[in-house]
Design a binder for this molecule. Structure first.
Ligand code: SF4
Length: 209
């Protein structure tokens, strides 16, 4: 993809109001971490709904720490890998134990120590709780990039590019908008190539024509 095509892509994604969606609302950082532990390989709406159910039953970490493992498992049963995720929730509570300690978790390094929180989840936490910006990769973003014909080098370099190099105001918003484009337009099955404004710069769309 040349510079001019990248600029076309960036401008279309960042200026399309339909791709801007409101952030999920979390009760507090405890709720956010529960959501992040439930999220891997799961639909966002399912992880969010079940994280709210956990919080409705156990509003603070001290209560979740005393919860029966089998009850936690039953609450999150609709999500994939619920057994592993229930164990991670228990390990998280055993490790952190108190709201006071939970409130001290606000750095990338401290987040990475939480069972079930990896690089992607730690970055998401920081973008939702502070002004820090990260380009957040997910399966939708990767699919869009690969269909458009982004090289591996370009994809790797995007992670460290500054907002001005990407021609956007906010890097996190930009990555979220690409993800929404992948969820609703450039879908995994039946992408809407014939209605897509990126068709003329897209390798996949060109092949499908
Ligand atoms: S033309 Fe099709 S494959 Fe290419 S970005 Fe648009 S929807 Fe995706």
């Amino acid at each position: 993809m040349d510079k001019s095509s990248f600029f076309t892509f960036s401008k279309y994604i960042s200026s399309n109001p339909k791709l801007k969606v409101a952030d999920l609302v979390f009760f507090d950082n405890f709720h956010l971490i529960v959501f992040l532990i439930l999220s891997p390989r799961a639909r966002e709406d399912t992880a969010y709904r079940l994280s709210k159910q956990i919080l409705n039953n156990y509003p603070i970490i001290e209560l979740l720490a005393k919860a029966d493992f089998n009850i936690i498992k039953e609450i999150i049963r609709p999500i994939g890998f619920y057994n592993v995720k229930a164990k991670r929730l228990v390990s998280f509570c055993t490790m952190i134990k108190s709201t006071i300690k939970l409130n001290s978790i606000n750095t990338y390094e401290s987040l990475m120590e939480i069972p079930g929180v990896g690089e992607k989840a730690a970055k998401k936490f920081l973008t939702l709780t502070s002004d820090v910006q990260f380009f957040l990769f997910d399966s939708h973003v990767i699919r869009v990039f690969s269909r458009l014909g982004f090289s591996n080098e370009l994809i790797k370099s995007i992670e460290s590019m500054k907002a001005k190099d990407l021609h956007v105001k906010n890097i996190t918003d930009f990555s979220n908008q690409i993800s929404n484009f992948g969820k609703h337009v450039c879908t995994s099955k039946n992408p809407q190539c014939f209605n897509c404004e990126l068709l003329r710069i897209c390798q996949f769309g060109f092949i499908e024509r």
